[in-house]
Design a protein around this ligand. Structure first.
Ligand SMILES: [Zn+2]
Length: 77
């Protein structure tokens, strides 16, 4: 028996909502994603190795990925 293990980033969607995208300038759905490195065994991420490396927002209208800072600006309406 042998083990297959590795370390790699895993991205998960932490929030889905709507915002005014600064790129396509329309009200669009977005996904807020968080990326972390995981220790994985048999390709299953088991143990988070670091704190969340960063959050980013993907506009589902134009597909642009940007810093989550844009959400704080977009919510001032
Ligand atoms: Zn957009």
């Amino acid at each position: 028996m042998f083990f297959i293990f590795g370390i790699g980033p895993k991205t998960k969607v932490v929030e889905k909502s709507q915002f005014v995208c600064p790129v396509c300038r329309s009200r669009s759905a977005y996904e807020l994603k968080q990326q972390r490195n995981y220790f994985s065994l048999f390709f299953i991420p088991l143990i988070p190795l670091s704190k969340a490396k960063g959050e980013f927002v993907k506009c589902l209208n134009c597909g642009t990925e940007m810093s989550s800072i844009v959400l704080k600006h977009a919510q001032q309406d």
